[in-house]
Design a protein around this ligand. Structure first.
Ligand code: HPA
Ligand code: ZN
Length: 361
């Protein structure tokens, strides 16, 4: 499998400051590992170059004069700083072709990184609220996902997120808009500003989604307290927790998450960029693994946070001293937690087994 080899500078910086060198063999191991991603917002893969090109195509004026100036705005102190820019960037997406181009660009990148299965979020309310039809986003995104399955063999699942800063009624409306596309939307999720928007706000919507056959996930414990993780589990009945870092503040909750082996989609570079942790060296991922939590590594919003799957894996491996066994465990956890049909999960496990068996260099 041909994989993309980032430049030396790319390997060691990614715009962040972890300048410790990484063992080249370990770096190759990460590149070649058949990976699974479970937490990536497709609108968060909007690279500035593509954003400018689509803005020009659509006659949209961006509030930044250049790609460079836009990138310098990616200096966040908290989640809301990022969300303001994220929603602004989304405004460029107008046509089915735009959503197709956005999604295909992400899939080409992850193909070069040997990601074999991905589960992406999309935010229909972020589009419908500015006059873009649900169908436009859905068809553009899924056409690219279908293309990637055919051309690259990357399987995928789609997760429709509700924006938690909006009300329950808006979420119900969105659930209804998704009705004719239910066959291709595997799960519902909950994202956007966490603080002040507890999971319980959406108990009834999630119950209805469950009744209609959707699996469920929710962002919880990214900026919110451990109680929001408990709420996501007990009030929303989620199958996975997105992020979940704040569980470490509550020993009883950690014991429960370990006992129930609740999958958690951790996003290391996102946590650094949004100041959830002071630096990558302080990231709790290794501690979470050591505690027996079922954690996975994910990119969240890679165009905004400094890296895709490989960059996230390299960052934590270098900073926290992870070894191959940790990386394989993280990948196995992701396969176990994936919403792909059982035969596909089986095939992903077999691909990983084969990789591990043949990689004794
Ligand atoms: N957190 C919450 N909501 C989001 C994010 C995130 O990192 N990215 C896009 N929506
Ligand atoms: Zn997220």
């Amino acid at each position: 499998m041909e994989t993309e080899r980032p430049s030396l500078e790319g390997r060691f910086s990614f715009g962040l400051c972890y300048l410790r060198a990484m063992d080249a063999a370990l770096s190759d191991f990460i590149l070649d590992l058949p990976k699974v991603e479970l937490h990536c917002h497709i609108e968060g893969t909007f690279e500035p170059e593509l954003m400018f090109s689509l803005a020009e195509r659509n006659g949209v004026q961006l509030p930044y004069p250049s790609v460079e100036k836009l990138r310098t705005a990616y200096d966040f102190s908290r989640l809301q700083d990022f969300l303001d820019i994220y929603y602004e960037g989304m405004n460029v997406l107008r046509t089915e072709q735009d959503f197709y181009d956005l999604t295909l660009a992400y899939l080409e990148r992850i193909n070069a990184q040997n990601v074999r299965h991905t589960e992406i979020f999309f935010d229909p309310q972020g589009h419908v609220s500015r006059g873009i039809a649900f169908d436009t986003a859905f068809i553009g995104i899924t056409s690219a996902l279908d293309h990637a399955e055919r051309e690259f063999g990357i399987s995928s699942e789609l997760i429709m997120c509700f924006l938690r800063h909006l009300d329950e009624e808006d979420a119900f409306r969105t659930l209804d808009q998704a009705e004719s596309f239910r066959h291709r939307i595997r799960a519902v999720g909950l994202d956007s500003g966490e603080r002040g928007n507890p999971p319980e706000k959406f108990t009834r919507v999630f119950a209805e989604a469950a009744a209609r056959g959707y699996l469920r996930v929710a962002h919880a414990g990214e900026e919110g307290p451990p109680a929001y993780i408990v709420g996501a589990l007990d009030s929303l009945g989620v199958d996975r927790i997105d992020h979940g870092n704040s569980c470490l503040e509550d020993e009883e909750l950690v014991r429960r998450l370990v006992r129930e082996q609740v999958p958690m989609t951790v996003c290391p570079l996102s946590n650094v960029r949004l100041c959830g942790v002071p630096s990558i060296d302080h990231h709790p991922l290794k501690k979470m693994l050591d505690l027996g939590l079922k954690v996975t590594i994910n990119s969240d919003d890679p165009a905004y946070f400094g890296g895709y799957m490989n960059e996230n894996m390299e960052a934590v491996t270098t900073a926290l001293g992870l070894d191959r066994r940790h990386l394989v465990t993280l990948t196995r956890n992701a396969i176990d937690a994936a919403f792909a049909p059982e035969p596909r999960r089986q095939a992903l496990h077999e691909e990983l087994d084969l990789f591990v068996a043949t990689r004794n260099d």
